[in-house]
Design a binder for this molecule. Structure first.
Ligand code: FAD
Length: 596
């Protein structure tokens, strides 16, 4: 299942006004027509090359034989077609040979491929992120030697942070990098869970590796970032002999089977040479270039995985016949499609509000990233908002689009629990998103500790101002005004909640952060409710100003129905949770572990 073209058009062009991005000099070459053409090309390619092998690669995970990883050939074939279409370089500027697309559009395109086949898309996603990191923090020499092949998609990228003993706590990594006389480094250590870590589908694999240079400061301040190619790269950017990176084993995962995941050894059998990226001991800052983008990508991947499940459930509910209306007494009448039962429509509307709300959240964040790069006064505010929202963008879809995948199974009844339908695979594939790129528990502490308390409330003030603008617009519409009142009452409770945590933090930071997840969850709901209201306002404007076709009218009214559902049925459900957070309840912090 792919995201419907009409929905992407509504989100990008009616709501986010992506057409105005062409006013930025960097995107002057991307007008509305070319944006449309890119989306069409992505939908066509995803349908032809990515979608068809999603189930096959799930059923046939990679194997490791005779020192080589074997992956079903359709994955390489799809990535070759992706390469030929230039999508590896969609975010790279024109002077690098890329397509120079704004991130808003690139994110939507990445979402299309992810929706079709998240595992195969994973190779492209990490390659693009690696190129972006090198462009941002690499030396001129590294850019010259590494970027062309990554932008073209001849070489693939990975990110190597985690180790068996250090996942959430990167300060505790043990991989070391000893300086060599020629200015390079010899790396020794193991990296766990490395997605796309070893395969034969690219001429080279560029690992971006976190390691510690001996003698550096302890903890996360002593982490440096290294470029470690699988095959050595000479001064001209040509591939040479093997470097000392060894595949120690494959991880056998719950989902995303098509994307190989490895335990890698560095310097195990032969010297492993790496090049320092950026300054020594400043590696986390560089890696955050990759991780922040990866976090928006994870949110979008989760949203799109949920979207695929929702669309599958919607199609099934229109076909599957079961039972009759409660007030139909004649058993001789034909059974009705299950979508005619109110409870099935409830499930579908709930799933729709989660997945389309998640897609909107992620694309809104992508637009902020573009706005932050503009040469105007609003750019700084856009960056502050993007930073604030990133933990929510990563975590909320990975919790709630996943719930939509579970609902999709429920809509299928017993059939949903079998491998005959894609919904169980989509649920398994989506389950990773709450775990990787920083677990949702870690995201919650980042949101509260760094983003809300760390900047003295500045970014939250900017966000609240945007919410106020939406509320004011909604209050002009009698149908939307009641929704504005519900949202406004909830938004007003966030400030006191954050203040309560700030007060607690002055004497006991541990206690202040103990219930951070409650805030992440409740604030995530409030943010998504705001974006739903904003979309409902936009839909009302489009309905009032034009004469939409029947299908477009249904799409716009569907947005308003989802907004109504989410704001009036879902949002108030978080009240008790926010109250518990504001009370700074010590229950979990002080609970004796022996009682669990
Ligand atoms: C399929 C898959 C793909 C991955 N891809 C990559 C990759 O490409 N590159 C890479 O570097 N890594 C990758 N990872 C690793 C991933 O980022 C880590 O699994 C994740 O960061 C969690 O680390 P961990 O597994 O060590 O769990 P732990 O850190 O041990 O966490 C276990 C639990 O404890 C909680 N916890 C831990 N510390 C705290 C704390 N201080 N406060 C509160 N709660 C805490 C966590 O939230 C979690 O619920 C991947 C993992 C998987 C499963």
């Amino acid at each position: 299942m792919l995201p419907p073209r009409d929905d992407l058009h509504f989100l990008l062009f009616d709501w986010l006004q992506a057409g105005t991005l062409a006013e930025q000099p960097a995107f002057a070459h991307v007008d509305r027509d070319s944006m449309d053409a890119m989306i069409d090309a992505a939908l066509d390619l995803a349908e032809a090359e990515f979608l068809p092998h999603a189930a096959k690669s799930d059923a046939n995970p990679p194997t490791f034989n005779d020192g080589r990883v074997t992956i079903i050939p359709e994955v390489a074939q799809a990535l070759a077609a992706y390469r030929e279409s230039g999508f590896f370089g969609m975010q790279a500027p024109l002077d690098e040979g890329g397509l120079g697309l704004p991130y808003t559009l690139a994110a939507a395109i990445a979402g299309i491929f992810s929706c079709a086949n998240v595992a195969t898309n994973g190779y492209a996603f990490l390659t693009q992120a690696a190129a972006n990191l090198i462009r941002e923090v690499g030396s001129e020499d590294q850019k010259r030697r590494y970027l062309p092949a990554l932008v073209e998609g001849r070489w693939f990228g990975t990110m190597c942070l985690s180790e068996p003993q250090a996942g959430s706590s990167l300060a505790d990594i043990r991989t070391v990098a000893e300086p060599l006389p020629d200015g390079r480094y010899a790396l020794r250590g193991n990296k766990m869970w490395i997605s796309s870590g070893d395969h034969e589908m690219a001429e080279n694999i560029v690992h971006l590796v976190l390691a510690k240079i001996p003698g550096g400061p302890p903890g996360s301040k002593g982490i440096s970032l290294f470029l470690v190619p699988r095959m050595h790269v000479d001064g001209e950017g040509h591939v040479g002999v093997r470097n000392g990176v060894t595949l120690l084993g494959l991880n056998h995962k719950l989902g995303t089977h098509g994307q190989v995941n490895c335990l890698l050894g560095f310097g195990d059998e032969q010297t492993c040479i790496g090049e320092l990226v950026g300054a020594p001991h400043d590696g986390l800052r560089g890696m955050f270039v990759m991780m922040n983008e990866a976090r928006i990508g994870v949110g979008l991947g989760a949203a799109m995985g949920g979207y695929a499940g929702y669309r599958a459930a919607l199609a099934y509910a229109k076909e599957r016949r079961q039972g009759r209306a409660v007030n139909e007494r004649d058993p001789a009448t034909p059974m009705v499609p299950i979508i005619q039962h109110a409870d099935v429509r409830r499930m579908l509307l709930r799933a729709k509000s989660y997945v389309e709300g998640s897609v909107a959240l992620c694309l809104y964040a992508a637009r902020l990233i573009d706005d932050a790069k503009a040469d105007d006064a609003a750019a700084q505010d856009a960056q502050a908002l993007a930073d604030l929202l990133t933990p929510i963008v990563k975590a909320w879809p990975s919790d709630y689009a996943l719930e939509a995948n579970s609902i999709a199974i429920q809509v299928h009844g017993g059939a949903g629990y079998t491998r005959d339908f894609p919904v169980e695979r989509l649920w398994r594939e989506n389950r990773i998103n709450a775990i990787h790129e920083g677990t949702n528990g870690i995201q919650a502490m980042d949101l509260l500790g760094r983003k809300l308390l760390g900047d003295g409330g500045k970014a939250f003030g900017l966000l609240s101002a945007r919410v106020e603008t939406t509320l004011a617009a909604a209050r002009h519409d009698s149908a939307l005004a009641p929704l504005a009142d519900i949202l406004s009452a909830r938004w007003d409770k966030l400030g006191p909640a954050i203040q309560a945590a700030g007060k607690a933090a002055r004497t006991d930071l541990d206690l202040a952060l103990a219930n951070a997840y409650l805030l992440l969850d409740a604030m995530g709901h409030a943010v998504v409710a705001w974006l739903w209201l904003d979309q409902a306002v936009c839909a009302a404007t489009v309905l009032a100003t034009g004469e939409p076709s029947a299908s477009r009218r249904a799409l716009l009214l569907g947005k308003q129905a989802a907004a109504q559902y989410f704001i009036s049925w879902e949002l108030p459900g978080k009240d008790a949770q926010l109250e518990r957070f504001t009370a700074i309840d010590p229950l979990c912090r002080d609970l004796d572990a022996a009682l669990l």
